[in-house]
Write a protein that binds this ligand. Sequence first.
Ligand code: NIG
Ligand code: FE
Length: 425
Amino acid sequence: MLTSVATAMGPKLEYRMSDWDLLLTDARIATMRGETPDYGVVGERAAIAVSNGRIAWIGEASELPAHRAREERAMGGRWLTPALIDCHTHLVFGGDRAAEFEQRLRGSSYEDIALSGDGIMSTVRATRDASADELFDAALPRINALANEGVATVEIKSGYGLDIDTEIRMLEVARRLGDESCVDVRTALLAAHTVPPEFEGDANGYIDFICDQILPLVVERKLADTVDAYCESIAFSSAQIEQLFDKATQMGLPVRLHADQLSDGGGAELAARFGALSADHLEYTSPKGVRALSEAGCVAVLLPGAFLTLAETQLPPIASLRTSGVPIAVATDCNPGTSPICSLRTAMMLASRLFRLTPEECLAGATREAARALGLLDDRGTLEVGKRADIAVWDISHPRELAYWTGTPQLAETIASGQTSGPTS
Ligand code: NIG
Ligand code: FE
C-alpha cells in the first residue's frame, strides 16, 4: 500500500506501508534455514508477519517496517518453528497387526511372517475388506494425533490394496483426509509394496500390471504426488523397480524408494540413478550407496520407529551420510506392521536416542529435510519470506527440547497457511 505523508521539508513523500493479515510479535523464532547455524534463530525478540497464507516479513521486532496488520498478537516469548512435516507414513489401512507383534516377540522374524503369507498381506486383506468411510474413520484420529503435535504436512502412501480398486480407494481416502483435516496431505502410490496373491510367483507380471493399469489411472485422476516402491528380497528386485520408475518418470511423477531396510539390495544406488527425492530406511546401505545418494542430492529418510519395532541392530550409516553431506530427514513410518507410531515427536526422540542425531538434526529432519524429501522445500519447511506460513508455536525454553521430551503437551498452537488451530484434547 502506498501512503503519502507531509514532511517538514514541504513536499509530500510517498512510501510503502506493509499491509499484513497477521503479525506475531514478542516471539523467539527458529527459522531452521540451513544456511544459518544454531537452528537459524532470529534474535531475542522477533516478529513474523503473514499475508495471504505466506510469510511476508520475519526479523528482529526492532526492525519492523511501517505496517498495518489486521490481527496482531504478542506471543509472550514463546518459540516458533516451522510446523512439522511427517514425510513417510502408511496411515491409511484396515485392521491392525497386534497379533503379529506378539508372534514376533515370541521369536518369529518379520521376513518369516511375510513369507508365510501374513505381514503386509494380512493388512492387504483387511484393507481390501474396508469401505472408504471405514478407512477414513480409522485414519482420521491418526492424522489428528500428528496434528496435535504440530504437524501441518503429512505424506500418506497406498500399498495395502495391490489391486486397482483398493489402491485407488486408499489414495482417495488420503486426499479426503487432506480436505477434511487441518493437515496438508501429499500422496505416494506404493502399489509395488509386495506381490499380491493374484500374481503369486509372477512379480514381473504384477509390475507390468502396475505400469499398464494402476499407474495410468492414478495419474489420470491426479491421485498420487510420487511413486514409491519396496526394494527388498521379500518384495521387488532392482530390475523390477527400474521398470516401474522408468514408467513413473515418463509420466512425470517423481520417485522415492524403501531401500536397504533388511538387506543391502543396492536400493540407495537405484534411488540415486533415478534422481529419487528420497531413499528411506537405509540400515544396510553400503559406502557406495551413500556416495550415490550424495552425488544425486537424494534425501536419506530415517525411520527409527521401524528400527525399534523390528529390534534391528544394524544402524543406518549415519556418520558417512553426515560427512557426505546427504540431507537427513526423520519420519514416523506410521504403519501397523513395523512402526505403530503416530507421533513425529516420538520419532524425533528415537532418532536422537537410537541413531544419535543431534536435537537440531532431528528438528531439521522433521521440517526442512522432510520438505526436501517431498520436493516441497521451495514452499515450506523453513520460516522464510515467501514460504507458506506453516508455523508451530511451542511452550518450551529451547528448540532442543523437541527431541528431548515426548508425550509432553508443549504445543501451544499450529498456524497452517496462516490459519490458527489449537491442539485438541
Ligand atoms: O516402511 N518396509 C516396508 N513397508 C513398511 C512396512 C509395511 C508393513 O509391514 O505393513 C515400512 O516399514
Ligand atoms: Fe514405509
